[in-house]
Design a protein around this ligand. Structure first.
Ligand code: MN
Length: 727
């Protein structure tokens, strides 16, 4: 087992004077908590966090990250809570441990290959501190190195996840070494036979290859010096998994892999690139067809370099030649065009740039002398507009940030959205307006026959969900309006001794459609239903010679049949100007009474709601001016009516107050229907409902209550309703 002192020495080397006490305490804590646990290999569990911490120290990470390496499994595998960690090691360590724990709880595997990219994004989206990912890489690296102790199916699953998620991620972050090792380890478990065969072939020649590269690199440096070309060099043997993919892709044998060995020459300018190429070709024989001039013809991603393969003593190797600037672009891609804003590197919205930005952070982290203060305040948010969540079957779905279960339901299927009644997030029931978080597993509960709610429009984030809900509501409303329009037209038609069918089939009516801005008959019917068009006028226009029947009993019989059929209540005391066939009712929020100014609002499917002009809801409702309609009080004998009007009275809190109010109400000849009184802070609030025939009478009641001693204020109560529920 690696000694703690070895790890401390490595941290000391790159971060002299860092918080070693933190690492020591983390070590003791981890040893205590994991005590008695063993790994599949039979070793004490503690070996794992220690190895992880050691890998992190080798990756030049700071004391905080190395401490997290020691603590990374305590929350998941022991009884320690994240609060305990925070209490002992502070919020920074706790935050990174928490991030690692959350990622560890997710299995990033799926049978669908195209899901891999989503999983990678999800993993990055769950990372708000790059140290989380560093610890995860170290953890994965050690687990891969010791994978042989697990059962075959677990081995395969972890190797697959490593190959699909972690290795490509390491690659994108520019961590070539980590990527190479992860790929080769995963390869060895995923295709052990191919791995072994290839390994034997490569190993057989490894020593020879290494010696060859050392020699040829030295030769190249000498020759460059001879010709006065300044340069530095770099060489590598191709990794097993890279060779394997190349063999598979190009269907060639290993001796045809010309870049199995490669040397890179980085010089100062373009002229020297070509000069170096000349020197190389003068010294060794080039392989025909392997010279590529990406300097004259850069690749689409702006990569520039000269490539050639040459043969030295029967052994081919690739030489890549470029300037330092081209090298910079090759290593960093489009990030070479980075801009600073106010002294800070700012990530663009483009994903590639954000990834490269993260890559820079990883590189800086490893290069900087004192990255601690830089990193501790750094928060990564790679996908600020997105959230990645799971279906119960483990498929990843990308939704906009703050999306709700309803968005998710519509993303699966319109029918799932329309019939959705509830949702579970990570197994727990939640309200449909809950905001989804990265990594949530979400399950939708549907009920056949259930229908969308207009309120959903206020919380959904995807345009898909919004459009589907709107569409559904519009269809419903226009169906109702068409139905209502038909009944109204039918009623009018009877007055003219004709019937609905004749009216609808009348050529005259068809010819009139464009005049009303309607393209088909249903449009016209819905206009009637919404109250925008009078059925009476319409029928009288198409049957000018028709005999209007005057049979009041018949008419009212039909009218009430229509009203019953549609389930509408009607208020005989109110009348819509110009229409006597529209269904009207008093709005419950303001309960308008005879004599006060009122206004009608065409609701969808319920007729016309009549509000007091002072009703606070009117302002909210009338944004849709087309649905506003004038109404008036129908003439009738006042004594026959009485309205229930709620009144709120603010008083001082004293005995007898209520009795005095009851007395004055009786004096003005009104009945009290209901009383509710409550006191707070030496003040009383009394809600009474009185029976009132008209506006004048109400004013009288209010005035006499106001005259009472100890009454501060008397108001007619209105309640504010959600505008969406009253349409
Ligand atoms: Mn672990």
């Amino acid at each position: 087992m690696i000694r703690l002192e070895d790890i401390l020495a490595k941290v000391e080397k790159h971060h002299p004077g860092d918080n070693f006490d933190l690492i020591r305490r983390a070590y003791i804590f981890s040893a205590k908590e994991h005590k008695g646990q063993v790994r599949a290999s039979g070793e004490p569990y503690l070996t794992h966090p220690i190895e992880v911490a050691n890998i992190l120290a080798e990756m030049k990470m700071d004391a905080t990250t190395v401490s997290v390496g020691l603590l990374h499994d305590v929350v998941e595998d022991t009884l320690v809570s994240i609060e305990d960690v925070e209490g002992m090691f502070g919020s920074e360590v706790a935050h990174v441990v928490d991030g690692v724990t959350k990622i560890s709880q997710i299995q990033f595997t799926s049978k669908e290959e195209k899901q891999a990219e989503n999983f990678r994004k999800m993993l990055l989206a769950m990372t708000d501190d790059i140290r989380v990912i560093m610890v995860k890489f170290a953890d994965r690296l050690h687990n891969m190195r010791t994978l042989q102790h697990l059962k075959a199916d677990r081995r395969e699953a972890i190797a697959r996840e490593t190959m699909d998620i972690y290795a490509p991620l390491a690659n994108r972050l520019g961590m070539g070494k980590v990527r190479g090792e992860l790929e080769d380890l995963a390869f060895s478990y995923l295709d052990p036979k191919a791995y072994q065969e290839l390994k034997e072939q490569v190993e057989r020649k490894r020593r020879e290859h290494e010696a060859f590269l050392a020699e040829v690199t030295k030769d190249i440096e000498d020759k460059m010096r001879e010709h006065g070309i300044p340069c530095f060099t770099d060489s590598r043997i191709k990794r097993l998994y890279s060779i394997y993919t190349k063999l598979k892709k190009q269907r060639i044998t290993i001796d045809r892999v010309y870049d199995m060995l490669a040397v890179r020459i980085i010089t100062d300018n373009v002229k020297n690139c070509y000069a170096a190429l000349g020197v190389i070709h003068n010294s060794w024989r080039p392989v025909p067809g392997r010279i590529k001039d990406f300097i004259a013809m850069p690749r689409q991603n702006m990569y520039q370099s000269l490539h050639t393969s040459v043969i030295a003593g029967g052994q081919s190797f690739e030489v890549q030649i470029r300037t330092a600037e081209m090298h910079h672009i090759a290593e960093e891609g489009i990030a070479a065009h980075w801009k600073y804003k106010g002294g800070k590197l700012v990530a663009d919205n483009r994903e590639d740039e954000r990834i490269i930005w993260l890559r820079h952070l990883v590189e800086w982290q490893q290069e900087m002398k004192d990255p601690a203060d830089f990193l501790s305040t750094l928060k990564v948010d790679l996908y600020p507009e997105e959230v990645y969540i799971f279906t119960p079957k483990g498929k990843v779905v990308t939704l906009p940030r703050d999306a709700t279960p309803v968005d998710f339901a519509y993303s699966i299927h319109t029918e799932v959205g329309n019939t959705c009644v509830g949702a579970k997030i990570n197994g727990r029931m939640v309200p449909l307006k809950s905001k989804l978080k990265n990594g949530d597993i979400i399950e939708i509960i549907t009920q056949p026959g259930h229908t969308p709610s207009r309120d959903w429009l206020m919380t959904v984030k995807t345009s898909r969900a919004r459009n589907k809900i709107r569409h559904w509501l519009n269809v419903q409303e226009s169906e109702k309006a068409i139905e209502l329009g038909k009944k109204m037209l039918e009623k009018e038609a009877r007055k003219y001794k004709t019937n609905l069918r004749d009216v609808l089939e009348s050529e005259k009516l068809t010819a009139m459609l464009p005049e009303y801005g309607a393209s088909k008959m249903d449009d016209l019917l819905s206009m009637i239903g919404y109250g925008k068009l009078s059925a009476k006028q319409l029928v009288s226009r198409i049957t000018p010679d028709g005999v209007k029947e005057t049979q009041p009993e018949e008419e009212s019989r039909i009218a009430s049949a229509v009203k019953r059929a549609l389930g509408f209540g009607n208020d005989a005391k109110l009348r819509v100007k110009g229409f006597d066939d529209l269904l009207v009712y008093r709005a419950k929020c303001c309960n308008p009474i005879r004599g006060e100014e009122v206004i009608g609002y065409i609701t969808r499917g319920k007729g016309v709601a009549v509000h007091s002009k002072n009703c606070p809801n009117v302002q909210n409702l009338l944004y849709d001016a087309a649905r506003k309609i004038e109404v008036e009080w129908a003439s009738s004998t006042p004594s026959a009516e009485a309205y229930a009007v709620p009144i709120t009275i603010q008083t001082e809190d004293r005995p007898g107050m209520l009795a005095e109010i009851a007395a004055v109400v009786a004096e003005v000849k009104s009945n009290i229907l209901n009383v509710e009184a409550r006191t707070a802070d030496e003040r009383g609030t009394i809600d009474i409902t009185v029976e009132i025939p008209d506006m004048k009478h109400l004013e009288r009641v209010i005035a006499s209550i106001k005259k009472l001693d100890g009454v501060y204020d008397v108001t007619r109560s209105t309640r504010t309703v959600n505008s969406s529920t009253n349409r």
